[in-house]
Design a protein around this ligand. Sequence first.
Ligand code: TUI
Length: 315
Amino acid sequence: MALRTRLTRLLGIEYPIIQGGMAWTATAELVAAVSNGGGLGIIGAGHMPTDILREEIRRAKTLTDKPFGVNLMLLTPHIDDLVAMVLEEGVDAVTTGAGNPAKYMSDLKAHGIKILTVVPSVALAKRMESIGADAVIGEGMEAGGHIGDLTTMVLTPQLADAIEIPVVAAGGIADGRGLAAAFALGADGVQMGTRFMCAEECTIHPNAKARVIKAKDRDTIVTGYSTGHPVRILKNKLSRQLEVLDRENKPEELEKLGTGKLALAMKQGDVDMGSVMAGQVAAMVTKIQPAAEIIAEIIIEAEAVMSALRSGLKA
Ligand code: TUI
């Protein structure tokens, strides 16, 4: 079954599903599995050293001949080097997060790379459109990791009204109902992170996958408001300590405690003192399955939901 939208045409992919570029999580194996399954896999660069990211891109190229991309986390101090290397290596798409990528836009475009920028607001989306972004990813605060303050339900239709380029809805989407809902809100596709954390091909530690699968509806919390960079994570011992520092308004101590904790959870499997970044949909992720199966299931479910809605029945 094909489900073509402006987003699939823009990216040359089969299904309008982008995998979130999660740092320490979205490595070449997951990225290739998502792209081979008809979506768009995205390598999560985070704070990765330039040469490691270069290797990851090269490895992804050996694992898939389908389009894939890289997420550039703009807060990383060596971002200029990462961008220069991505231009050298070449990828099909770049998504950006945690900042304004204006400075890199013309170089990326000149190299034929599609640019999809994560935006937490309508104002930034308009600015991104005006400087040549190919699409925006409107990420609601249901998402895991660093978030803005609007919900996906509220942000998506406002983006769809405000700009002409394709809108990708992100945050709070984990199944076909979410994809159909995103279409109803005016999106051209979705980005999902948390569900893909539990893909078979995702190389994070099994403890982190187990925590996501165990999570219930209220098991995430946003910490770090005091630092200006709020981050949604699963509740654990670390989150309780971060909460205290937030409440006491100690941003420096909070930053210090948070440093290195994502790798601790995702690579070493310490899910008590590590930072298990996951969205509110963690509660809806119930099993580990191949990425291609996740995508196929979501497409079939979305089609069923949309056809039931057309005939006025609940699926
Ligand atoms: O970037 C993400 N999610 C992330 S990044 C990350 S690593 C990190 N760790 C600690 C502190 C900060 C980052 C973990 N998860 N999602 C995309 C996203 N982008 N969410 C919010 C934004 C965003 C925020 C402000 C994008 C643009 C923006 O613009 C501000 C400006 O400069 O106009």
